[in-house]
Design a protein around this ligand. Structure first.
Ligand code: FAD
Length: 285
């Protein structure tokens, strides 16, 4: 299929990009890696009047150490994120999860920011950003603002970004020592979207769980924080029994979809099994 006609702009700076987006109006779209947007254009499920391509803005690819946080530029590709030494050292959950995203060709073009802005409930990185309490940095001609991950994912394929806003980067807190992290993903074939996924970070002190952050992929129109699981782990011994009984709470407060890949009951069952596996893996790292 051939996309509908559109104007194509390729600004060299963030200022030029936000101006172009503001001038182009509500029917313009940002183009990042194009891995999700181009198929939508070709199927004419999206037909923007203008595309603002961020590819020339090198500063948006930067990954930098800010002390207590890492700043990951929106245009950092999945491939770049996986190999980045800062990401691997301070937030290995992001590197490990990104390794499960798609195939090498998609990972060379697809971007960290594009995956988050797309807000696909089956996408893997939104749950990771939620579990890590990441903060989204956003720019428009009106200025800058920060959106906590808990407020960023609003509904099915809908983020808190306004039509004239660009996601420029994501600030991720470093979790420091004592934390183990793991992403457990169940997918129909290797290199495919999650039927259900569990992003998990656990801090142990000796044999007890001191803190836990858990978020679920594809258990509703947006990623969900498994707060009941987190609460039931606090201060408990880090054992298989603890993880299995805490994981029973995983479906609580979720709205799992039923589709060709599985019913909502099946997804609820998967969430329980995968949460126990993710906790075991994270707590033994
Ligand atoms: C075959 C295939 C398999 C895949 N498998 C997986 C998988 O297993 N797990 C997974 O998580 N993902 C998967 N994906 C999606 C992949 O991760 C894409 O890279 C991602 O969804 C979109 O990133 P992108 O940079 O290509 O964004 P684009 O396609 O360019 O944009 C996507 C959307 O986000 C908006 N957008 C992009 N960047 C910004 C920004 N900086 N500011 C504001 N809006 C922005 C665009 O306007 C558009 O609406 C797969 C994709 C393909 C094609």
């Amino acid at each position: 299929m051939i996309p509908a006609t559109f104007d194509y702009l390729r600004p060299a700076t963030i200022d030029a990009a936000v101006s172009a987006l503001s001038d182009a109006g509500e029917d313009a779209k940002i183009l990042a890696g194009g891995q999700s947007l181009m198929p939508l254009l070709r199927l004419r499920l999206a037909y923007p009047d203008a595309l603002i391509d961020l590819d020339r803005i090198e500063s948006l690819r930067e990954i930098r150490d800010e002390g207590d946080t890492l700043l990951i530029g929106a245009m950092a590709t999945h491939h770049q994120v996986i190999r980045d030494p800062l990401v691997r050292e301070h937030v290995p959950l992001i590197a490990q999860t990104t390794e499960t995203v798609a195939d090498p060709a998609v990972r060379h073009r697809g971007t960290f920011g594009g995956s988050l802005a797309h807000a696909d409930p089956a996408g893997d990185l939104p749950a990771v950003a939620l579990a890590l309490d990441a903060v989204f940095l956003v720019r428009s001609v009106r200025g800058e603002r920060e959106i906590p991950a808990a407020d960023f994912f609003v509904d099915w394929m809908t983020s808190a970004l306004e039509a004239d806003e660009i996601l420029t980067g994501v600030r991720v807190p470093k979790l420091g020592t004592g934390w183990g992290m793991h992403y457990e993903k169940f997918h129909r074939t290797a290199q495919a979207w999650a039927i259900v996924g569990v992003a998990c970070a656990v801090r142990r002190e000796r044999d007890a769980i001191e803190d836990a952050r858990i978020a679920l992929t594809n258990m509703g129109p947006a990623p969900v924080r498994a707060t009941e699981v987190e609460g039931s782990l606090q201060g408990r011994p880090a054992s298989e029994d603890t993880f299995r009984s805490a994981a029973e709470h995983a479906p609580s407060g979720t709205e799992p979809p039923g589709d060709l890949h599985g019913s909502s009951e099946y997804r609820a069952h998967l969430a329980t099994v995968l949460t126990a596996r993710a906790l075991t893996a994270a707590a033994t790292l």
